[in-house]
Design a protein around this ligand. Structure first.
Ligand SMILES: NC(=O)c1ccc[n+]([C@@H]2O[C@H](COP(=O)([O-])OP(=O)(O)OC[C@H]3O[C@@H](n4cnc5c(N)ncnc54)[C@H](OP(=O)(O)O)[C@@H]3O)[C@@H](O)[C@H]2O)c1
Length: 289
C-alpha cells in the first residue's frame, strides 16, 4: 500500500483516484469544488483535504489531473500548492494535458526542492478512466517513473516512459495531431455515404474490418450516424490541445496544415454551441448550415 494523493476530481480524475483506492492504496483527495471531494471520500473510503498542499503531505506519490497550464500552476505553486506540501523525494505525477514548457518548468522547480516529477498525460477518454484502461505517456527520470508506475497501473493498461520531462506531453501532442485529421475524414465519409443513400451501419460494419478501421470508427461512427454528441471528449478540450500543438510547432518548425484546418472546423462547431460536444461532432459542420 502506498500513501498517495489525487488533485482534480473531474471526469477523468474522479474514477482514476477511485481505482487507486480500489487497489488498496491510501488516497487523500483535493478538489476545488469541495463537495466533489467529500462525495469521493464517502464513496471510496479515503480522505478529503482542504488544500492541494494538505492532500500532498506525507504522500509517496501525488497525482493531479486538472484543465490546462494555468489551472495546473494554480494547484502546484504557492503556499497551498502541491510542491510545498510534498515530502522529500516524493514523486509528483501530472496527468493534465498541458504544454511541454509547463512540464519542464514544474520539473525544474520540483528538482530544486528535492522532489521528483513525471509529466504523464493520458489517452482513452472517460470510458478508459472509468474502466481503468488508460494509456499513459510519461516524461521524467527512470527512477521516479519506476516508483510511480505501480500507482499508474491502477488505472492504465499501458504506461510508457518516453524520455526526459516534457516527453509525455510531446507524445500526447502527436496523439492529438493523429486524431484531428482522422475524425474529419470519418465525418466526411459518413456524410458522403448518407447522401449517397447507403445504409451507413452496414457500411461501417464492412469497412471497419478493412484498412479504414480506427479507434474513432470503432467507438464513434455509430453515434455519429445517430447524430449523438452529448458525451465524450469535449471540443473545447480538443481546441486547447491543438493550441498546445501549434505553440510547440512554432518552436520545432513542424508544419501542421491539416491539423490547423481541422482546428478551424472545431471553431465552427463551437459557434454552433458545441463547446462540450464530443470531438466527433465535426460531422455537424457538414450536416447543418
Ligand atoms: N475527458 C476526456 O475524455 C479526456 C481525455 C484525455 C485527456 N483529458 C485531459 O485531462 C484533463 C482533465 O479533463 P477532465 O475531462 O477530467 O476535465 P473536467 O471534468 O473539466 O475536470 C477538471 C478538473 O480540474 C479542476 N480544476 C480546473 N481548473 C482548476 C483550477 N484553476 N484550480 C483547481 N482545480 C481546477 C476541476 O475542479 P472543479 O471540480 O472545481 O471544477 C476538476 O476537478 C484535461 O487536461 C483534459 O484535456 C481529458
Amino acid at each position: 500500500m502506498t500513501k498517495t494523493a489525487f488533485i482534480g476530481l473531474g471526469v477523468m480524475g474522479y474514477p482514476m483516484a477511485g481505482h487507486m483506492a480500489a487497489k488498496g492504496h491510501d488516497v487523500t483527495v483535493y478538489n476545488r469544488t469541495e463537495a466533489k471531494a467529500k462525495k469521493w471520500a464517502e464513496e471510496h473510503g479515503g480522505s478529503a483535504a482542504a488544500t492541494p498542499a494538505k492532500a500532498a503531505e506525507g504522500a509517496d506519490v501525488v497525482c493531479a489531473c486538472v484543465g490546462n497550464d494555468d489551472d495546473l500552476r494554480s494547484v502546484v505553486y504557492g503556499d497551498d500548492g502541491i510542491l510545498v506540501g510534498m515530502k522529500d523525494g516524493a514523486v509528483f505525477v501530472d496527468h493534465t494535458t498541458a504544454s511541454a514548457d509547463v512540464a519542464r518548468e514544474i520539473g525544474e522547480k520540483a528538482a530544486g526542492m528535492g522532489l521528483r516529477f513525471i509529466d504523464a498525460p493520458v489517452s482513452g477518454g472517460q470510458a478508459g478512466a472509468e474502466n481503468g484502461v488508460l494509456t499513459v505517456m510519461c516524461g521524467g527520470d527512470e527512477g521516479a517513473f519506476n516508483d510511480a508506475q505501480p500507482v499508474m497501473d491502477c488505472y492504465a493498461q499501458a504506461v510508457t516512459l518516453l524520455g526526459p520531462v516534457g516527453s509525455g506531453q510531446l507524445c500526447k501532442m502527436v496523439n492529438q495531431i493523429c486524431i484531428a485529421g482522422l475524425v474529419q475524414g470519418l465525418a466526411e465519409g459518413i456524410n458522403f455515404g448518407t447522401k449517397a443513400g447507403l445504409d451507413m451501419n452496414k457500411v461501417v460494419d464492412v469497412i471497419s474490418k478493412g484498412a479504414a478501421q480506427s479507434w474513432q470508427m470503432d467507438n464513434r461512427a455509430r453515434t455519429m450516424i445517430k447524430d449523438e454528441f452529448e458525451f465524450g471528449f469535449a471540443v473545447d478540450w480538443m481546441r486547447k490541445d491543438l493550441g498546445i500543438c501549434f505553440q510547440e510547432a512554432r518552436n520545432n518548425g513542424a508544419r501542421l496544415p491539416v491539423t490547423a484546418l481541422v482546428d478551424q472546423f472545431y471553431s465552427g462547431v463551437q459557434a454552433k454551441g458545441g463547446n462540450r460536444w464530443d470531438t466527433s461532432s465535426l460531422l455537424r459542420n457538414l450536416t447543418q448550415d
